[in-house]
Design a protein around this ligand. Structure first.
Ligand SMILES: Nc1ncnc2c1ncn2[C@@H]1O[C@H](COP(=O)(O)OP(=O)(O)OP(=O)(O)O)[C@@H](O)[C@H]1O
Length: 642
């Protein structure tokens, strides 16, 4: 019967702990066009660090440190040598080890784990290495013999399916009294060599559930778990037996269904995938904070199965795969936060050992080894260290915007998923601050509108008194009075309200200067106004925002009302079209939109889809109501000028 014993007992060394080693691998661009077009949202800063743009403030980046950072040029061999090979000797000593690839769909998990004929990944390399280690040990230690075997399963839609026995039913996951995870009925194939492994593994891999999604032609729809078991048996009394397990896990991708275009069965699969990854993150969170209470392993099949390989029993390596493209930004951000947290897990490895009872000592099976660090043992201080990544600090990363609460909610939810209670509190605070900012901004905008309206009314009543007003079209006048002023305001204004025909600001004329301006109605060019317009144009095209309001003419603040409404609508539609479907370059060709804003717009589109109206632009970080007003004015005027 397998039992847990302190590592020191088996290896002869002192008791030690082992934490989850975290490597991050950035895959190269799949499409060179993307690389040229928008540039990466994440980049390496040496062999352990990387940085990603801060979604809260595009002028900042967030930097993360991991055990290893594999940049886009790293080969399969290099990943194996630095991140996987070092854990393999442990399984020959009766300990568990696990290597799992985590990350968004299409970021390179299967490439890392499985690879291809030309570029074999972690799985074939690790199995080959296990056989190599076994052969070496057998040569060096006469007293021990080894046997190697494999099982291969997938978790699909929360069902455990045996990939070596296709068509089998959902298998149960059990735990024996020594807390070993076992799957009764799972096929176990003894292996004598690597080619033996190949014979079983390759056809079984084809049984794995994959499908094409918008983001990946052959997306893994299940978590694939390869189990390599090494049993080490003593040839002579006391005939000890140690069992080491190596889990090689290719997790299904975390996905955003808006982007995958998933529907129907894909959506259901996706729900199961995301739920199990969510549970995995909760398990990690629970292990990290170490506040006691139940670690929710049982909430998903994945975490239940990984229970003896994550957070206390095994030497674990997590390779987090990320992609450079901007469209993966939020997935990358989430994956990095998950990875950064996992780094703090402290594992306490133990040896799984059994004693084969010889006939002479039947019934005398001794429990030779004790558990090292069961669940009741206090966690290392390291595990409780506060995460120092800057991504959640309200003081260092101010939420300038995003005033759009759905983006904020989504990100906060994602982050919450990954964080401990202290960080959660900080996030709640952050959310409150962001919401207050939004409310203040909305109030300011409302006030500005009211002031503008009040000014117009003021002018109108003044004009009426001095008899300077001239009659113009009724529609114009109607639109002028379609305000959302509160009732009180309306009432006061009606007293001074001119007759309908007189409801116009200054004498108007139709200009024929340019085809695009055919419907434009502009101010009669008095000398002062001409000067004023020139100045205004220069300011706008130079990207400056307008300052005060010239009381002589309200073109500055109310310029839209001087343009024909159908033309205005057309131009706004054009701008909206560019915002919704423009490339980075096209976005940058808009007035007052630079590289950063254009990228933020692309990011926003990725999450929310199309802007419904140009005003939605104010949901972009840093685009205040004032800036938006300048933006719309500059773009409309510049289009008209073309
Ligand atoms: N480091 C890399 N070098 C070259 N190509 C890569 C690399 N990583 C990934 N790729 C390629 O990118 C594409 C997507 O990778 P892969 O299928 O491994 O993603 P995944 O994370 O497993 O996705 P899913 O979760 O949807 O299964 C594949 O064509 C793969 O060959």
């Amino acid at each position: 019967m397998a039992q847990r014993v302190p590592v020191g007992d088996a290896s002869g060394g002192s008791k030690r702990t082992s934490r989850v080693r975290v490597a991050v691998r950035l895959r190269p661009y799949m499409d060179k066009q993307d690389e040229k077009g928008e540039g990466p949202c994440v980049r390496g800063l040496g062999s352990q660090k990387l940085e990603i743009i801060n979604w809260r403030n595009a002028t900042e980046t967030l930097q993360y440190q991991f055990d290893v950072f594999h940049d886009e040029k790293t080969t399969q061999q290099e990943v194996f040598l630095s991140s996987v090979k070092p854990v393999l000797p442990h399984i020959l000593k009766g300990q568990n080890a696990s290597v799992f690839a985590y990350g968004p769909t299409g970021a390179g998990k299967t490439h890392t784990m499985l690879g291809s004929q030309e570029q074999p990944g972690v799985i074939p390399r690790a199995v080959r290495e296990v056989f190599h280690l076994v052969r070496t040990e057998e040569k060096e230690q006469d007293d021990w013999e080894y046997s190697v075997g494999m099982s291969y399963l997938e978790i699909y839609n929360e069902k455990v399916l045996d990939l070596l026995s296709p068509g089998s039913q959902d298998l149960p996951i059990r735990e024996d009294k020594d807390r070993n995870i076992i799957i009764p009925g799972l096929t176990h194939v003894p292996l004598s060599s690597f080619s033996d492994f190949d014979t079983h593994f390759i056809p079984a891999s084809l049984n794995r559930t994959t499908a094409s999604t918008k983001l990946n032609q052959r997306s893994s729809r299940s978590h694939a778990i390869l189990l390599i078991k090494v049993v080490r048996s003593q040839r002579s009394p006391p005939r000890r037996q140690q069992t080491g397990k190596l889990y090689l896990v290719d997790l299904a991708g975390s996905e955003d269904n808006r982007r995958t275009g998933n529907q129907g069965i894909r959506l259901k699969e996706s729900g199961a995938i995301n739920l199990s990854l969510f549970t995995l993150s909760k398990v990690v969170d629970s292990l990290n904070t170490g506040v006691g209470g139940r670690v929710p392993y049982r909430d998903s099949k994945l975490t239940r199965l990984l229970q003896d390989s994550l957070g206390g029993s095994a030497h674990s390596v997590m390779i987090t795969n990320i992609a450079p493209e901007y469209k993966y930004y939020f997935d990358t951000f989430t994956a990095l936060n998950f990875a950064a947290k996992s780094r703090q897990i402290v594992n306490q490895p133990f040896v799984r050992e059994t004693v084969v009872a010889p006939v002479t000592v039947a019934g005398k099976r001794a429990r030779e080894e004790k558990e090292a660090g069961g669940s009741g043992e206090p966690r290392s201080k390291k595990a409780k260290e506060t995460k120092k990544t800057e991504q959640s600090s309200p003081s260092s990363s101010q939420p300038h915007s995003p005033t759009d609460s759905s983006v904020l909610d989504r990100l906060l939810a994602l982050e919450k998923m990954m964080m401990g209670s202290a960080e959660r509190e900080r996030l709640n605070l952050l959310k409150t601050v962001a919401q207050s900012r939004k409310e203040i901004q909305e109030l300011k905008e409302k006030q500005r509108q009211l002031e503008n309206k009040a000014k117009v009314f003021g002018k109108l009543s003044g004009a009426q008194k001095s008899g300077e007003m001239s009659g113009v079209k009724g529609e114009k006048e109607d639109s002028l009075f379609k305000t959302d002023l509160p009732p009180l305001h309306r009432k006061q204004s009606t007293a001074a309200r001119p007759k309908k025909q007189q409801a116009v600001v200054t004498p108007l004329q139709v200009s024929q200067v340019h085809p695009l301006q055919e419907h434009a109605i502009v101010c009669k060019p008095s000398q002062t106004l001409e000067k004023r317009k020139k100045k205004d144009w220069t300011e706008v095209t130079e990207g400056k925002e307008n300052g005060g309001v010239d009381p002589s003419c309200d073109v500055e603040t109310n310029w839209e009302s001087h343009l024909d409404s159908s033309l205005l609508e057309r131009l706004r539609g054009k701008i909206l079209h560019t915002l919704n479907s423009g490339s980075l370059k096209e976005l940058k060709s808009l007035q007052l939109i630079g590289d950063k804003k254009a990228k933020l717009i692309l990011g926003w589109r990725e999450i929310h889809g199309n802007f419904t109206q140009v005003e939605d632009l104010q949901k972009i970080e840093g685009i205040t109501a004032k800036r938006f007003a300048s933006f719309i004015k500059a773009n409309i005027l510049s289009t008209m000028g073309k």
